[in-house]
Every structure is written in C-alpha cells, then in structure tokens.
Design a protein around this ligand. Structure first.
Ligand SMILES: [Zn+2]
Ligand SMILES: [Zn+2]
Ligand SMILES: [Zn+2]
Length: 299
C-alpha cells in the first residue's frame, strides 16, 4: 500500500509540467474576483500545486491544477465578507451553492463553472477568507473522463485501489467488455456496489470510515472520536498577520508527508493579542492537524 502517493514527486507547478491554459485562466479568475473585493489589498496566492492522476501504473496519466488564494486574513476585519465573495462569483458567471457549515461562525460554499470548481471558506472570528480553486484533470496522452476525486478534492482520504476514480481499474468500469472470448467477466462483477465499481470503496472514490480507522492505526494516531485526537499545540509567535500565518501553515506537511488539507480557522481576541487557530484533517492519513499563532491585536 502506498500512503504518500503524489506527495514527493509533485511539489508544485514548476518542473517539467507545462501549465495549461485552463490553469492560467482559473488563477486569473480567482485573482480578479479577489482583487475587485479589496482594491486596497492584494490577494495572496498562498500555494499552487498539482494533483497527479493515476490509473494502474504509478506514473501519472494527467494532472489537476489547484490554487489556494487568501482574500483576507480577517485582521483587520475586511469590509467585504463571505456574501460579497459569493456575489462576485455569481456576477462573473459561476454557479454558487452554499453549504451547511460544521461549526458556528464558519461559512463555506462551492462555485462551479463548466468543469472548474472553487471552494469558498470563511473562518470564525471572522478568520481567513480563502478560495481553493481547481481545474478539470488535464491528460497528457489518452483523453479519459474526469475521476470522481483527486488527492485534494476527495472528501476524506483517497481510495488506495481506484485512486479516486470510483471504478474498477481492471476493467476501467466496463465490467462486461473484458476478454475477447468466453464470458470476459471482470472480478468486480460480483461486487455489492455493482459491476464496474471499485470493490474497495464501493464506487465512492474515497476510503470508508473503517479503512480510515485502519490507516490512522498504521500511523499510530488516536481514534478520531477520542478527545486527544485534536492536538492542542502551544501558540507560535513570528507572524504579524493571519494571512502570513496561513501562508506558513499551507506549506507545512503532515507527519505522513502529505500537505493537502482544507484549513479551518478561528480568530479570537485574547488579553492583549489575537489568537489564531488552524485545524484540518490530513488528506493522506486522516490525522487531525492543528496549529496556533499569537498575532498583534486589532486596531
Ligand atoms: Zn476505490
Ligand atoms: Zn472490473
Ligand atoms: Zn497525514
């Protein structure tokens, strides 16, 4: 079982990968929308990276390009907030869907336009206001369909067997077309989820909670429902803004080597400063990660 797939060979958009027009367009859209909201402040591209997409072989057959943009750090509180961002996306021709938030004070939504998607997030406080945008998968040779998920976009940990495709990779989902003679039935045909579906994840593309528990054990992590599952790190100094703290967190890898993680943020006033707490679930091993920072007080 490979558990660090994609974390070592794809540090970013540099190297040999040619940046496709779709990625250039998306980055432009994100910066244009974010800049219009804050003419006085430049949005910050906190990180850009790629998700390699595999079939059977370890060598990727294509890549998805992703951008994480910080619209506002919440310090000082911005004049434009979550609703203004959603309006800006709507005006720019995107379809916006609000999502229910897991925690009070946090907001998130998705914006879609053709095969592009953006996750809009605002932390409690309000904390960071961020945009995570991704292109459709761009293939190098064989033009395949779009997988259900890639490393970053899986709502959990990507399935080890189908790498997010959701289909059986032996028959590539065409369960009855294998073999020129005989029945040509693929071994996935008797699968509960139906022929052609991935046996491991039942066609979902990401790991079941049982498989995630197993993975957590492999990494020596506490069970997800235990109170010590969320680490409580001491607050770090050294950042003068929440945007700067966010940019730092976005570069830090998990102990498993994976950096992909949707960061949630809570900004709270404390004595003579602000306390910023980042939490997220690792997309590689499902570890609950957290960091805390002491920031200068609000004006
Ligand atoms: Zn699967
Ligand atoms: Zn099959
Ligand atoms: Zn991890």
């Amino acid at each position: 079982m490979t558990d660090t797939a994609g974390t070592t060979d794809e540090p970013g958009h540099g190297g040999a990968l040619a940046v496709p027009a779709s990625a250039v367009w998306l980055k432009g859209q994100l910066l244009e929308i974010a800049s219009a909201l804050h003419p006085d402040r430049r949005p910050v591209v906190v990180r850009e990276w790629t998700d390699p997409v595999r079939l059977h072989d370890p060598a990727p057959v294509g890549h998805r390009f992703l951008f994480l943009v910080c619209v506002s750090g919440g310090d000082p509180p911005s004049s434009a907030g979550f609703d203004d961002v959603l309006n800006a996306f709507t005006v720019a021709g995107w379809n916006v869907h609000r999502r229910s938030s897991g925690h009070p004070g946090e907001s998130w939504a998705t914006a879609r336009r053709e095969e592009f998607e953006v996750k809009v997030y605002e932390g409690d406080g309000p904390g960071i206001l961020s945009l995570t945008g991704w292109t459709p998968v761009v293939y190098t040779e064989r033009q395949l369909g779009q997988p259900l998920f890639t490393l970053t976009t899986a709502t959990g940990v990507l399935c080890d067997d189908c790498h997010g495709w959701g289909v059986c990779l032996l028959c590539e989902g065409r369960a009855y077309s294998g073999g020129s003679g005989g029945y040509g039935r693929c071994s996935c045909a008797g699968n509960n989820a139906g022929p052609g579906k991935c046996v491991e994840c039942a066609g979902r593309g990401f790991l079941t909670s049982d498989a995630v528990s197993w993975k957590r054990k492999q990494y020596g992590l506490p069970a997800a429902d235990r109170s010590d599952a969320w680490p409580q790190p001491p607050a770090e100094d050294g950042h003068d803004s929440n945007t700067s703290a966010f940019a730092d967190v976005a570069q830090r890898p998990c102990v498993c080597g994976e950096f992909r993680c949707f960061w949630c943020n809570i900004l709270t006033p404390a004595d003579d400063h602000l306390l910023s707490r980042f939490t997220g679930i690792c997309q590689g091993c499902a570890a609950q990660r957290s960091y805390a920072f002491t920031l200068p007080p609000r004006e």
